[in-house]
Design a protein around this ligand. Structure first.
Ligand SMILES: [Zn+2]
Length: 445
C-alpha cells in the first residue's frame, strides 16, 4: 500500500469514529470534532485555515491556497463532515468503528461522503506541501449540516461569509461511480439536482362515535383515498436536455436507448430494467415524484377522526414552480381536491449547471487518464446536496469523485443512508489523485 492510500484511509477512519450524526435536531451533528480533526491534520502544511462556528458545536473549516492571479478562476473542493444516523441492528460491523477489513473501510459516511471529505483534505495538504502556487485560488471546505438543510453549514456560509467560500467552480458529492457500457466506462458528473416541494395534505371530517359509522364523514377513510389517488397518479416523463445527453453519450444500442428518450411507455421500460437501483434512478431523473411518507391523525379508538394529515415528499424538475406542482396535486386528487387543504412545508427550486464548461473539460481530461478509456457523462440527481447554494451564486457546481469497479452501481445506491456502508481503498486513492490533478489542470501554475 502506498503512502497516499494509507494517509487517506487513516483520516477517513478517524472521521467515521467521531460519529458526527446529524439527526435533524439543531443541536445534533457536533461537527466541531471533525472540524478539529481536519484543522490538526492540515495545520503546518502551508494551507491557510479558518474555522466558522455559527452554532455552538457545529463548526466548518475553510482551507485556502491563494493564487497569484486575482483574475484567474477559483476552485472550491467541498466535503461535508456530518453523517445520517445508523441502526447497528442491520449492520454486520460497528457503524462507527471505522474498521479496515480486506481493503475496505466500514462505517457510516464511508461513501456519503467522508471518503471524499478525507481525500480532498489529503490532496489539498499534499499540494500545499509541494509548494503548489496556482494562478487561481484553491479552497477546501469541510462543512457541517449537509444532511439537514445546511442552516448551520453551507447555506449559512454562502449568506454570511461569501468572501470566504465564493468560487467560480465547486466540486462536491456525488458522481463518478463507473458505469460499464458497450462503448466503455462512463463516469457520471452530477450537473443538477431536483428541487423539493414538501406538502401536507390536511383532510377534514366530522367527529362522531366510533360505534356507529354509517353515513359518517371519517377523515381517515377519506385520507386513505387521497393516498390511493396520489399513488395511482402518473405524471408524464420529461425528456430534458441533461437526460437526453446522458442517454446519447452512453453508447447503447438503439433498441435500448430509443425507449429511454420516448416519454410514451417510459415507466414500463423502467419497471422492466433488471437492476432496481438503476430503474428507480431513471424514473426519478425524468419525473416529478410525489411520495406519501407520513400520516398523522385520530385521537382515540372510539372517536371518528375529524382531521388527518398526510405528508408528501415531492421532488421537482428544473423549471417547475410551486404553482405547477399544486396544479398536479389537484389533478391527482380530482373531486377530492376541494375537500382538502394543501400546506406547503418547504419549497426549494431545482438547480442546474451547464455541462460545457472549463471544469467539465478538466474533469474529462483528468479522469480519462486515471480511468483509461472512460468518458464523463452528465447526470441529474434525485436528492439535494450543498451544491445548490453555490449554483445560486452563479458558480458552476458539479458532483463528482472517482470510485473503483469493486462495487456495482446498485450496491452503491443501497449504501447511501443504508446498512453496511463501506468503501474500498482503491477508490480512496483514485479520488485523492483526481483532486490533485484537477487543481493542477484547472488552476494553472
Ligand atoms: Zn452526502
Amino acid at each position: 500500500m502506498d503512502d497516499v492510500t494509507g494517509e487517506v484511509t487513516d483520516l477517513l477512519q478517524h472521521l467515521i469514529r467521531n460519529a458526527c450524526v446529524n439527526d435533524g435536531a439543531p443541536e445534533s451533528g457536533e461537527e466541531s470534532r471533525n472540524a478539529d480533526l481536519l484543522v490538526s491534520y492540515l495545520e503546518g502544511s502551508g494551507v491557510d485555515l479558518e474555522r466558522y462556528e455559527p452554532v455552538a458545536g457545529r463548526a466548518s473549516v475553510v482551507g485556502r491556497i491563494d493564487g497569484h492571479d486575482p483574475d484567474a478562476p477559483a476552485l472550491l473542493l467541498m466535503g461535508h463532515t456530518d453523517v445520517v444516523p445508523a441502526n447497528p441492528d442491520g449492520w454486520t460491523r460497528d457503524p462507527f468503528g471505522g474498521e479496515l477489513v480486506d481493503g475496505e473501510v466500514w462505517g457510516r459516511g464511508a461513501v456519503d461522503m467522508l471518503n471524499l471529505t478525507a481525500s480532498m483534505a489529503v490532496a489539498t495538504k499534499h499540494l500545499a506541501e509541494e509548494g503548489f502556487r496556482p494562478a487561481g485560488n484553491l479552497l477546501y471546505l469541510a462543512v457541517a449540516d449537509e444532511e439537514n438543510l445546511g442552516e448551520a453549514g453551507a447555506k449559512w456560509l454562502v449568506e454570511h461569509k461569501p468572501d470566504a467560500v465564493t468560487a467560480d467552480y465547486v466540486i462536491t458529492e456525488s458522481g463518478g461511480i463507473p458505469f460499464p457500457t458497450p462503448t466503455g466506462i462512463k463516469l457520471p458528473i452530477v450537473v443538477g439536482e431536483k428541487g423539493t416541494h414538501w406538502t401536507t395534505v390536511r383532510v377534514r371530517g366530522t367527529p362522531g362515535h366510533g360505534s356507529s359509522p354509517l353515513l359518517t364523514d371519517n377523515a381517515l377513510v377519506k385520507a386513505a383515498e387521497v393516498v390511493r389517488r396520489i399513488d395511482a397518479y402518473r405524471p408524464d416523463a420529461q425528456i430534458h436536455t441533461t437526460w437526453r445527453r446522458l442517454v446519447e453519450s452512453l453508447g447503447l444500442p438503439p433498441e435500448l436507448s430509443e425507449p429511454m428518450l420516448e416519454p410514451e411507455g417510459f415507466r414500463e421500460m423502467c419497471e422492466a430494467l433488471p437492476m432496481v437501483g438503476l430503474a428507480r434512478m431513471a424514473h426519478a431523473c425524468t419525473h416529478t415524484t410525489i411520495t406519501p411518507t407520513v400520516v398523522r391523525g385520530g385521537s382515540k379508538v372510539n372517536v371518528i377522526p375529524d382531521w388527518v394529515d398526510v405528508d408528501l415528499d415531492i421532488r421537482t424538475l428544473p423549471g417547475q414552480s410551486g404553482d405547477q406542482i399544486d396544479a398536479m396535486l389537484r389533478e391527482a386528487l380530482g373531486d377530492l381536491a376541494d375537500e382538502v387543504e394543501l400546506v406547503v412545508r418547504q419549497h426549494d427550486d431545482a438547480t442546474e449547471s451547464p455541462a460545457d464548461t472549463p471544469l467539465w473539460e478538466t474533469l474529462q481530461r483528468v479522469s480519462s487518464k486515471l480511468f483509461p478509456g472512460s468518458a464523463t457523462v452528465p447526470l441529474m440527481m434525485m436528492g439535494a446536496t450543498d451544491a445548490r447554494f453555490f449554483r445560486r451564486t452563479g458558480a458552476v457546481a458539479y458532483g463528482f469523485g472517482l470510485f473503483s469497479q469493486h462495487i456495482t452501481f446498485d450496491e452503491f445506491s443501497s449504501m447511501f443512508h443504508g446498512d453496511n456502508e463501506r468503501v474500498d481503498q482503491e477508490s480512496l486513492r483514485l479520488s485523492t489523485e483526481l483532486w490533485e490533478a484537477t487543481a493542477r489542470d484547472l488552476l494553472g501554475a
